[in-house]
Design a protein around this ligand. Structure first.
Ligand code: ATP
Ligand code: MG
Length: 356
């Protein structure tokens, strides 16, 4: 029997509601496929700040390093937004955790389940059949460049720095070319090379590497155009690769193709231990109300099975279970469709578990 240890970090807001259903489903998968999962829960984010005074406790880092994969809920919320930048859960926990685990690539598939076509805010003929993946660089850019704030005679001055090195761009580009190679062989590299120096380096690096992947069609696109194309004609995309901030924004936007941000999973890979979390945040506006859609987290658990444990069939099982529940007409509140049954977070989790 194979054995895997999974660090479970529910975090803040809806995190403690969406993570347990995903853990429950992994347990069922474990039984079905004879995999022994051990789950180790640890504190992170605002929950950790409140409990032990720091957003990323040493113990949590240790648990993550000693695990085979990390399942994360969400981090942050208004309660901690007024703290100094370095203590804020997103900056003080999520960024150092990604850096510490050397996770340089965030993979966010945008798939529209046929059952959800009418839940999308876009027209059916525009979205139906969309199947794209955004690969977001995760350890560089504005998130990690020098940040400072200083007083001026009349107010303040705030600085963020956007830095990328050739090595960082090559690393993510290779992964993107490889991913495209395993799919429909089209790679769209998104930058702002007309304005940003880092964007020029990005574009030059991608173009240079393209020679090693003659079977992949590479196109370059400015980020503003990409934002427009994503809602105008999303089916044109196969794999999109972009820097940290652009990737964050474009995937939130792309989530509306799939009907809701509550449908978008993500995998962060690159180091020894992969991290799996929904693409959305802690949704403080609906936290504690049993309203959140747990499917993005459940689908992130499926990505864990696929990427970290190479259990492709088990991952497929989870995706099928989700499709089956949607097919039977069950929806969480973020996916309102005429004639469908609205269920809460827990019930949605139980329904999917029941299909395994
Ligand atoms: P972050 O900076 O962490 O990405 P954010 O500010 O982008 O966070 P989210 O927490 O992602 O914000 O929430 C954006 C909106 O989407 C909110 O209205 C929230 O209620 C909704 N939302 C997010 N996740 C879900 C979910 N799983 N189910 C239903 N609605 C959600
Ligand atoms: Mg967001």
């Amino acid at each position: 029997m194979v054995k895997y240890t999974i660090a479970v970090l529910p975090g803040d807001g809806i995190g403690s509601e969406i993570v347990p259903p995903a853990v429950n489903i992994l347990k069922k998968i474990g039984i079905k496929y004879d995999i022994a999962f051990e789950f180790k829960e640890a504190l992170i984010g605002g929950a950790a700040l409140d409990a032990v005074g720091v957003p990323l406790p040493e113990d949590t880092l240790k648990v993550c390093h000693q695990s085979d994969a990390v399942l994360l809920g969400a981090i942050g919320g208004p309660k901690w937004d007024t703290l100094p930048t370095h203590l804020r859960p997103e900056v003080g926990a999520l960024l150092p955790l990604r850096k510490d685990l050397a996770l340089y690539a965030n993979i966010r598939p945008v798939i529209l389940y046929p059952e959800l076509v009418s839940a999308s805010t876009l027209k059916e003929e525009v979205v139906s059949g969309t199947d794209l993946v955004v690969i977001r660089e995760l350890t560089g850019g504005l998130y990690f460049g020098e940040k400072k704030r200083e007083k001026t005679a009349t107010g303040e001055r705030a600085v963020d720095t956007l830095v990328y090195t050739t090595e960082e761009i090559e690393r993510i580009a290779r992964l993107a070319f490889e991913t495209a190679r395993g799919r429909r062989k089209k790679l769209t590299s998104v930058d702002k090379a007309n304005v940003l120096e880092s964007g020029r380096l990005w574009r030059e690096t991608l173009s240079r590497l393209a020679a090693a992947y003659p079977d992949v069609e590479l196109e370059h696109m400015y980020v503003d155009n990409c934002a427009m194309q994503l809602v105008r004609a999303p089916k044109q995309f196969d794999v999109i690769v972009t820097e940290n901030t652009f990737g964050d924004i474009l995937t939130d936007q792309a989530s509306m193709i799939s009907g809701s941000i509550g449908m978008l999973p993500s995998a962060s890979i690159g180091g020894q231990v992969g991290l799996y979390e929904p693409s959305h945040g802690s949704a403080p506006d609906i936290a504690g109300q049993d309203k959140a859609n747990p499917l993005a987290t459940i689908l992130s658990a499926a990505m864990m099975l696929e990427y970290s444990f190479k259990q492709v069939q088990a991952a497929e099982d989870i995706k099928q279970a989700v499709a089956s529940v949607l097919n039977k007409g069950y929806r969480t509140g973020d996916l309102v469709q005429e004639g469908k049954m609205v269920v809460g977070t827990q019930e949605m989790g139980n329904l999917v578990a029941g299909e395994i």
